[in-house]
Structures are given as structure tokens and as C-alpha cells.
Design a protein around this ligand. Structure first.
Ligand SMILES: NC(=O)c1ccc[n+]([C@@H]2O[C@H](COP(=O)([O-])OP(=O)(O)OC[C@H]3O[C@@H](n4cnc5c(N)ncnc54)[C@H](O)[C@@H]3O)[C@@H](O)[C@H]2O)c1
Length: 338
């Protein structure tokens, strides 16, 4: 391995160029290849990445023995096949979210990474957002008391998808954040949704996750809503905290509010200060890309957003999808690893 990790990005659509830009800019990596099956996409980015070789053949990346890592930023149904081929060729792999289309595919990638001692990281971007990390610090420090429940709002008007429903399109990030904040996996989930615009594609989904600890997560996912909301609220027994990604400066707010036992059987409420802790302004995507490079260098399979985390999120997505199809019936997750 040379000083700088040699990285190739496959997929130069909407999101891939953001990953390519970061791997081209970070001092620990060198963007050696960009691959897209569309010639026009290659031509568009050739000028932006003049030191990078452009190709339409994924095999060029696989066959390059000097390439350390492959970044997969193609549509979800292609994740498993491309990541699998990269792992079999001995490359470390960063896969955009979700890790794969099915739990079986995600587990196969996890097993392959372990077998080949390669890093597989999934692009659970919000898990690297300094505000989400701050929420986790607040939880771990005990400042919020016992965390009772967490809920996410991801609503807007559009983008209206034809192929994926609101759960798969919008829910991945929120599920990864709920699991990260609560530090466990749900034993039971349910989801209800409605298809207002296209038959069979839910525009609005309400999801519910319950952990063995009794803690609960709730998600409101919609592209048919007047509000643009990107919010995660943590309700603790002592205090409550909110991450609002639509706020420019005050990303995290802590509310010193909560229930107070005034006499046996008598519960009142307390309202104190509202504060906003400092949160780094560093680009979450840059932090995420650096975390991947660090994981490759350290070889630590316990790195953030590892394959096991990717599998956990796909397990929740698949179980919630089953619940959606059964009109919101609770679905138990088998053999959940605490
Ligand atoms: N982290 C985030 O916030 C975020 C945001 C948007 C998208 N994403 C993820 O990024 C991935 C890509 O999404 P997108 O919106 O950029 O998709 P997109 O459709 O805009 O782009 C996909 C690109 O991949 C290329 N492609 C497809 N199959 C290929 C193959 N086999 N070989 C080479 N090139 C191939 C296509 O030509 C296209 O240019 C998805 O996994 C998506 O979930 C993540």
C-alpha cells in the first residue's frame, strides 16, 4: 500500500461525483479511476478530475492491482454484484446506502469481507454528521437521563420516486441514526404507509421500531408534505435534544424539560434552559470518506458503518417492508444481535 490510498469510484450520477471530489481532495487518498457506463457522464467529469482515468469498464478497476479500494455509487440493485466483484479481487469497498437490496445479499458481503479481511463500509452519511455525533455524546454522558424514545422527521414536497417507496428512498438514514443513537437493534418493527400518487409506491410511511430495552424509534417519511423537515428528536427522562439539519447555526438544541415527581403518584413538569452546544461545521461527507480511509489503514473490522451496521439497516428495511405489505402488522426480527 502506497502512502496515499488508491481509490476508484464507480457511478458518476447524482451522488458519485461528491464522493469522487472528496477522495480527490483528501490528502490520504488519490482518485485513480472513475467509472460510469454512460460515456457522457465520463466526459462531463474528465475536466473536473484531470489526474483520474475515466472508463466505462468496471473490469479496469478490478484488474488494476495497484488499486486499493472501490467506491460503489451506482443504483441499489447493482450494489451487491459490484461490491462482491471488488471484494473477490481483493479490494476494500465503500458502498453507498443501503448496503444491498436484500438481507441475504448484505450478509453475503459481510461474510466475504470477514473471509478476505477487507473493509466494507456503507454510506450511512448521517452517522458521521457532527450533530448526530453530538446527540450520541449527550446520550452517553447521561445528560439527557435515560433515553425513552427517538423520532425522526424526513419530509418534503418531492422528489417523487417511481421505483422506490418513501421507506427505501428516505428511511435508510433515519434508521441508521436511530440504531446508532439507541445503540442496539430492534426486536420488532411495524410500518404503515399510503400510496397517493402511484399504485404500489408509498409516498408517506410511518415506521415504528422497538428495542429489547423497551426504547422506541419512530419515523415519519414523506415526499408529499408542505414542510421540509430533516429532524431527529431524542426524549430523555431528564432532558430532550433535537438535531435540526435545516438550521444553519443551531443544529442541536437541548431542552432542560422533563417530568418531575412532586409527591407519590403526582407528576408535574419542569422547564429550564434551552441551550445549543457547539457543533463542528466540517462536511459530513468528508468525515465519512476519511473514516473509510482510516478503516482501511487500521484494518479494524469494528470501524463505524461497517458491514454489520449495513446488514442491520437492511434487516430493518426488509422487515418494515413486510409490515407495510401486511397493513402495519408487527414483524419480529429473528436472531437480533444485541
Ligand atoms: N448518502 C447520500 O446522501 C446519498 C444521496 C443520494 C444518493 N445516494 C446513493 O448513491 C447511489 C447512487 O445514487 P444516484 O442518485 O447518484 O444515482 P444515479 O442514477 O443518479 O447515478 C448512478 C450512475 O451509475 C451509473 N451506473 C449504473 N450502473 C453502472 C455500472 N454497472 N457500471 C458503471 N456505472 C454504472 C449510471 O450510468 C449513473 O451515472 C445510490 O446507492 C443512492 O442510494 C446517497
Amino acid at each position: 500500500m502506497s502512502d496515499r490510498l488508491r481509490v476508484g469510484v464507480v457511478g458518476l450520477g447524482y451522488w458519485g461525483p461528491n464522493l469522487a471530489r472528496n477522495f480527490a481532495q483528501l490528502p490520504d487518498s488519490e482518485l485513480v479511476w472513475c467509472c460510469d457506463s454512460d460515456d457522457e457522464r465520463q466526459a462531463r467529469f474528465a475536466a473536473q478530475f484531470p489526474d483520474t482515468r475515466m472508463t466505462g469498464r468496471f473490469d479496469d478497476l478490478i484488474e488494476d492491482e495497484t488499486l486499493d479500494a472501490v467506491v460503489v455509487a451506482t443504483p441499489v440493485p447493482t450494489h451487491h454484484a459490484l461490491a462482491r466483484r471488488a471484494l473477490l479481487a481483493g479490494k476494500h469497498v465503500f458502498v453507498e446506502k443501503p448496503l444491498a437490496w436484500t438481507v441475504a445479499e448484505a450478509r453475503e458481503l459481510e461474510a466475504l469481507a470477514a473471509e478476505r479481511s477487507r473493509i466494507v463500509m456503507v454510506g450511512h452519511l448521517l452517522r458521521f454528521h457532527p450533530a448526530v455525533v453530538k446527540l450520541r455524546e449527550l446520550i452517553e454522558s447521561g445528560e439527557l437521563g435515560d433515553v425513552l424514545y427517538v423520532y425522526g422527521n424526513r419530509q418534503n414536497l418531492g422528489v417523487i420516486r417511481e421505483d422506490e417507496n418513501a421507506l427505501w428512498s428516505l428511511g435508510v438514514h433515519d434508521i441508521s441514526v436511530v440504531l446508532y443513537l439507541l445503540g442496539g437493534r430492534p426486536v420488532e418493527v411495524s410500518a404503515r404507509g399510503e400510496c397517493y400518487l402511484r399504485p404500489g409506491v408509498e409516498d408517506v410511511v410511518f415506521g415504528y421500531l422497538k428495542l429489547a430495552s423497551g426504547q422506541v424509534g419512530h419515523l415519519h417519511l414523506s415526499w408529499l408534505d408542505p414542510h421540509k423537515m430533516r429532524k431527529m428528536t431524542v426524549v430523555g427522562s431528564k432532558r430532550m435534544a433535537v438535531f435540526d439539519d435545516m438550521e444553519a447555526d443551531r443544529k442541536v438544541t437541548v431542552y432542560d424539560k422533563g417530568p418531575v415527581l412532586t409527591a407519590p403518584g403526582k407528576i408535574s413538569t419542569h422547564t429550564g434552559d434551552i441551550t445549543s452546544p457547539a457543533v463542528s461545521r466540517e462536511e459530513p461527507l468528508r468525515i465519512e470518506c476519511q473514516a473509510f480511509l482510516d478503516a482501511v489503514r487500521s484494518g479494524d473490522p469494528g470501524h463505524p458503518a461497517n458491514a454489520a451496521e449495513g446488514v442491520a439497516v437492511v434487516e430493518v428495511l426488509e422487515a418494515m417492508q413486510r409490515s407495510l405489505e401486511q397493513g402495519g402488522a408487527p414483524v419480529t426480527l429473528e436472531g437480533v444481535r444485541a
